[in-house]
Design a protein around this ligand. Structure first.
Ligand code: DX5
Ligand code: ZN
Length: 226
C-alpha cells in the first residue's frame, strides 16, 4: 500500500481548511506538516497553534516533520496538539535513541530523517525502533526544489537493507516528488511520497492527487500479478 502525504507548505493558507479537506477526499491518507525553526534550516514555517486548529478539519494521519534543533523539547506539545507521528532529523540530535523513546512514550509513531549529505547507513542502528525513515531528496528548508537524482540509489539501498532484515519500517521520500517521477520513486522502494508543489500548484488538488493514486494503483497491481 502506497501513501500520499501532501505537504502543507505548498498550500494556499487563505483557504487552508478547504484545501486540506480536498486532499483527504481525493485519497491522501497522510498530511505532511513541516515545522521549521530558522536554525536547523534557514526558514521558519508554523507550529502548534496551526496544527491544533487544522486537527478539527481533518482525520488524516498528521505526519509532523520537525526541521528544528532540540526536537525533544517539544514532543509532548506536538502530541497534545494533534500529531500522530513525529519525524526528527538525525543531524539535529545527540541521542537519537532517547528521542525515539520519548516519541513513543507520547503515544506517537517515530520517524528519523536524513538530509541528502548524510549516509543512509547512519540510520541503520535505529531501524529496529522507528516506524519510519524519511529520506530527503532536497536540502530541507523550502518547498518547490528539484528532486536530487542521487536519492534513487539511497532509497533502494535502504529498501534492500530493510527487506533483508525484515524490518517493519516504512520509507518516506520528501522533496521534488511529482507526477513525472513518482513511479521511479516508488520503484526505488518508497512507501510514502511527500508532495507539496505537485499537490497544491498548477491544476486542481483532486486532479493532481489522481495522478499519484494512478501510479500507486498500477504498482500495486503489478505486485499482485507477481
Ligand atoms: C522541505 C520540506 C518538504 C517540502 C516539499 O524542506 O520538508 O516537505 O514542503 O515540497 P515539494 O514537494 O514542493 O518539494
Ligand atoms: Zn517535509
Amino acid at each position: 500500500m502506497y501513501i500520499l502525504a501532501p505537504s502543507l507548505l505548498g498550500a494556499d493558507f487563505n483557504i487552508l481548511g478547504q484545501q486540506i479537506k480536498e486532499t483527504e477526499e481525493a485519497g491522501a491518507e497522510y498530511l505532511h506538516i513541516d515545522v521549521m525553526d530558522g536554525i536547523f534550516v534557514p526558514s521558519i514555517s508554523f507550529g502548534m497553534p496551526l496544527i491544533r486548529s487544522i486537527r478539527e478539519t481533518s482525520r488524516q494521519f498528521f505526519d509532523v516533520h520537525l526541521m528544528i534543533v532540540n526536537p525533544e523539547r517539544y514532543i509532548r506539545e506536538f502530541a497534545e496538539c494533534g500529531a500522530d507521528g513525529i519525524t526528527f532529523h538525525l543531524e539535529a540530535v545527540g541521542q537519537p535513541q532517547k528521542v525515539i523513546e520519548e516519541i513513543h512514550a507520547a503515544g506517537l509513531k517515530a520517524g528519523i530523517s536524513i538530509k541528502p549529505g548524510t549516509p543512509v547507513e547512519a540510520v541503520y542502528p535505529y531501524l529496529t525502533d522507528v516506524e519510519l525513515v524519511l529520506v530527503m531528496s532536497v536540502e530541507p528548508g523550502f518547498g518547490g526544489q528539484p528532486f536530487m537524482p542521487e536519492a534513487y540509489e539511497r532509497i533502494s539501498r535502504l529498501r534492500s537493507y530493510i527487506d533483508q532484515n525484515r524490518l517493519p519500517v516504512k520509507i518516506e521520500v520528501d522533496g521534488g516528488v511529482g507526477k513525472k517521477n513518482v513511479r521511479e520513486v516508488i520503484g526505488a522502494g518508497a512507501d510514502i511520497c511527500v508532495a507539496g508543489s505537485a499537490v497544491f500548484k498548477k491544476r486542481s488538488i483532486s486532479e493532481n492527487i489522481f495522478h499519484f493514486m494512478q501510479a500507486f494503483k498500477e504498482k500495486e497491481q503489478k505486485e499482485d500479478d507477481k
